[in-house]
Design a protein around this ligand. Structure first.
Ligand code: 13P
Ligand code: SF4
Length: 325
């Protein structure tokens, strides 16, 4: 690590003490940020861990919808996000007004449905939903929580929705959204890698399109992928079809293996440009300035209830009746 980054890291650790802050970082953050975090994880783990934080300040190294989730589940904490512009292509694909109009059209047409929403969505969209899922609990929610007899409107990730539909056999209406990173893995390059590494196992996130999932030996959410590689005791090569920084955690936890990122069609590494907006400098500056801060928005009240009963056990608040009941 260059000396200048060492200095910044030291400053961050100092500020952490002064502020009484806990740093949460998603696995898609650069390794140097993950190395400073108190907790690293996927969306589900970070949402749950955020509820256990006892310090007054949470520094959330991830994207906006994740920091908003942490705030909703911890209204009394100060939640800082190093760069407020750290968004997500899935959030952009599903404006709340458009979803509300679509739901209304389904109701007018007499369709009996519940809305299951990927956590990669705005708070306004969460507030219009019956359930919020992550890649870590989507199967469980679809199988166990959505009552039989209801169609499922799944938003905003069409690839995750299609995968859930296939695995659970539940009928779904799929929203036309996708993750700009997982959408563009190159089938051509993956086939070439498989030829060059005939013994390698391919692991893929369900945000990938069907043509990539069909070539995978294992499909699973972020935390499930880390667990899966841990089941191999002998050194093994893995072709990894998910955000490239994930390999940092895999390497840290299971260093006996070799990890090769599957390239994208436009870029060799497949890093999320939104996650990459957070840098060590911005982590330091948000702690120095206590800004940017996630402030409470009116839609958080309803979204918080949906989040809590979908992700937490037991939920923080009394259950509300899902839409469509
Ligand atoms: P998970 O952490 O829930 O697997 O989400 C993956 C992702 O794309 C985060 O933005
Ligand atoms: Fe959104 Fe994809 Fe980036 Fe995750 S990796 S934040 S889903 S654009």
């Amino acid at each position: 690590m260059p000396a200048i980054l060492d200095d910044i890291s030291a400053e961050i650790l100092d500020l952490k003490k002064q502020l009484g802050a806990t740093i949460l970082a998603h696995y898609y953050q650069d390794g140097e940020i993950q190395a400073l975090a108190d907790v690293t994880g996927d969306s589900l783990k970070l949402a749950r861990e955020a509820t256990k934080v006892d310090s007054p300040v949470i520094v959330f190294c991830g994207v906006l919808f994740m920091a908003e989730t942490a705030k909703m589940l911890n209204p009394s904490k100060t939640v800082l996000l190093p760069d407020l512009q750290a968004g997500c292509s899935l959030v952009d694909a599903c404006p709340a007004e458009k979803l509300a109009r679509y739901q209304e059209m389904l109701r007018i047409n007499g369709r009996k449905f519940q809305t299951v929403t990927y956590i990669n969505s705005s708070a306004k969209v969460k507030a219009l939903s019956d359930w919020v899922v992550t890649s870590g609990n989507a199967l469980e929610v679809v199988k166990e929580k959505v009552p039989a007899g209801y169609e499922i409107l799944f938003v905003p990730d069409k690839h995750l929705g299609r995968y859930l539909q296939e695995v659970t056999g539940r009928e779904m209406i799929l929203w036309d959204g996708s993750c700009m990173v997982h959408e563009i893995f190159s089938v051509h390059d993956l086939l070439k890698q498989k030829k060059e590494h005939p013994k390698a196992k391919t692991i893929a996130h369900p945000e990938c399109p069907k043509n990539i999932l069909e070539l995978a030996d294992f499909v699973g959410g972020t935390e499930a992928m880390v667990k899966h590689v841990g089941t191999y005791k002998e050194p093994t090569e893995f072709l990894v079809a998910t955000e490239a920084n994930m390999m940092w955690e895999m390497q840290r936890k299971h260093p006996q293996h070799t990890y090769l990122g599957v390239p994208g069609i436009t870029c060799a590494c497949n890093k999320c440009p939104h996650m990459a907006r957070n840098t060590l400098e911005k982590v330091r500056d948000c702690m120095k300035n206590r800004s940017p801060e996630i402030t409470w928005q009116p839609e958080f009240d309803r979204a918080k209830e949906v989040l809590a009963r979908s992700l937490l056990n037991p939920p923080l608040s009394a259950p509300v009746h899902p839409h469509g009941d």
